[in-house]
Structure formats: structure tokens, C-alpha cells
Write a protein that binds this ligand. Structure first.
Ligand SMILES: NC(=O)c1ccc[n+]([C@@H]2O[C@H](COP(=O)([O-])OP(=O)(O)OC[C@H]3O[C@@H](n4cnc5c(N)ncnc54)[C@H](O)[C@@H]3O)[C@@H](O)[C@H]2O)c1
Length: 248
């Protein structure tokens, strides 16, 4: 059945894989909400989509603030009249070795990566329950399995897996699915900042032999967002070229 005319909020979608996901969903006929914290980038991304004939609005909101999230959800309802798909994509990574971590690193990483998805899910779920239909898709990371020097990030993403599974149990009878995507290495600006030697080393360890792109994540979101994927819920889907098979 696809996603045509479904309304999708994608958090953190003025950049990276959130942006790729917004373009993918919009081009498949969804009405999308571009959310991020930079007004210029939000407006620019929504405009680019409209210029391509898609239906899109931009809403600036900090997903770690309850008031900000509630305002985003009511603006979406006022504009489109429903919310069918929530992609909790926005994320930050303030990691480092335990001895060097600050309380602030911990708080911001947990607030954006875990509290944000909780607030957004809570704010949309009532609308989804009413319409007996909804898709919650959380972008975690393969790093939820644990990674040295990644205490806040791994902890937040592991918490997101727990939230995903819990929402699947709690909301399943209302036609709402809750799933998680765990990306591995993805070609983002950060990847190109790594020394060439490190990139070669990481690439050589990939079972698939290559590094993924934002479109790999967007395609997986599209699958989970589809009306026909209602029997898939509570799952963690790795999109990592097989790296989760051997590394934490
Ligand atoms: N890039 C990777 O290799 C990789 C791997 C695994 C998981 N991930 C996860 O994928 C998601 C997207 O990552 P990306 O690489 O595209 O990153 P990105 O930095 O390009 O995009 C993240 C976006 O989130 C926004 N954001 C940050 N704080 C926010 C807030 N409080 N409210 C709203 N928006 C906020 C940022 O402004 C940014 O535009 C993240 O959750 C990240 O943890 C990325």
C-alpha cells in the first residue's frame, strides 16, 4: 500500500541521513515535516522539497524540550490533520574516554538521543491511537552493543532499543508499530574527517567490503513506514554491512 499521503515527522532532518530519509519519503508521496534546530537549514530543506513538487513544511524544535515538541506536534496537526509516521532520527555524540567525560557530555547525549524520542513518541502516540495506525521508527546505532570511548552514546542508543521494544508491546494493539534501525558506518562528513589510514582499516573490516550511504538508511525507513509492514514490530534492524556480527 505504500506511504502515499501519510504524514511523517522526521527529526533532525535538515542534514545527513534524516535529510535523505525526508527526501525518500516525500518522493514516495508522504507529506513531510522537516524538523531541526537551525531555522535557516530547516527552511532551506523544506523549500528544496517543495521546489521538487513534494509536500513539506519546516518546523524548528529542540526535541529535548517537551514544550518545543508539543508545539511541533500541534503545528503538524493544524497543517496536515494527522501524524502517521514518526522517525526519531536527531542525534548527537559527545563521547570520549570515561576519565574525560563531563556531566554535560552525558546530559546532552542522553537528552537528544533518548529523551527526545521519548518526548516525540509520547506527543504523537495519542493521535496514532485515535486513528488506529502509526509507525514509530527510531534511529539507534550499532554502537548500542557497546563501544570503547562511547559511554554516553552507547548508553543512549541502548536505551532507545529498550524504548522501541516497550512501545511495540504497549501500542501494538492500536495498529502502531515501533522499530529501530541500527546503522553502522555511514558515509557522512564525519567519515571523511577520519585519517585515510583509519578509513582503510575500518573498510577492510567490513564484511560487505564497503561503507553505507544515507540512502541505505532511508530505504530501510521506507520499508518500516509502509502500511504493509504492520507485522514487523519491536525489532532492531542492523544496516551496517554485517559489522554487528563480530563487533561490539
Ligand atoms: N553517521 C553515522 O555513521 C551514524 C551511525 C549510526 C547511527 N547514526 C545516527 O543516525 C542519526 C543521524 O545521524 P547523521 O550522521 O545523519 O547526523 P547529522 O549530524 O548529519 O544529523 C543530525 C541532525 O540532528 C539535529 N539535531 C541535533 N540536536 C537536535 C535537537 N535537540 N532537536 C532537533 N534536532 C537536533 C542536528 O542539527 C542535525 O541536523 C543520529 O541519531 C545518529 O546517532 C549515525
Amino acid at each position: 500500500m505504500g506511504i502515499e499521503n501519510r504524514v511523517a515527522i522526521i527529526t533532525g532532518s535538515a542534514s545527513g541521513m534524516g535529510r535523505d530519509t525526508a527526501f525518500m519519503l516525500a518522493k514516495k508521496g508522504a507529506k513531510v515535516v522537516i524538523n531541526d534546530i537551525s531555522e535557516d537549514k530547516v527552511d532551506q530543506t523544506a523549500k528544496e522539497l517543495r521546489d521538487e513538487g513534494c509536500t513539506a513544511i519546516g518546523i524548528v524544535a529542540d526535541i529535548s524540550s517537551k514544550a518545543s515538541v508539543e508545539s511541533m506536534v500541534s503545528q503538524t496537526m493544524d497543517t496536515f490533520g494527522s501524524i502517521d509516521i514518526l522517525v526519531n532520527n536527531a542525534g548527537v555524540d559527545r563521547s570520549g574516554p570515561l576519565r574525560k567525560l563531563s556531566e554535560q557530555d552525558w546530559d546532552i547525549t542522553l537528552n537528544v538521543n533518548l529523551k527526545g524520542p521519548y518526548l516525540c513518541s509520547q506527543a504523537v502516540h495519542g493521535h496514532m491511537v485515535q486513528q488506529k495506525r502509526g509507525r514509530i521508527i527510531n534511529i539507534a546505532s550499532r554502537a548500542w552493543l557497546g563501544g570503547p570511548g562511547q559511554a554516553p552514546y552507547s548508553s543512549a542508543k541502548a536505551g532507545l532499543v529498550g524504548l522501541t521494544r516497550t512501545l511495540a508491546l504497549e501500542l501494538g494493539r492500536n495498529g502502531i508499530t515501533s522499530n529501530c534501525i541500527a546503522p553502522g558506518l555511514i558515509l557522512t562528513p564525519l567519515w571523511y574527517e577520519l585519517p585515510e589510514k583509519t578509513r582503510d582499516f575500518l573498510k577492510a573490516k567490513q564484511p560487505s567490503g564497503d561503507i553505507g550511504a544515507g540512502e541505505d538508511i532511508a530505504n530501510t525507513v521506507l520499508y518500516l513506514a509502509d502500511d504493509d509492514t504492520g507485522y514487523v514490530t519491536g525489532q532492531v534492524l542492523y544496516v551496517c554491512g554485517g559489522r554487528s556480527l563480530f563487533s561490539g
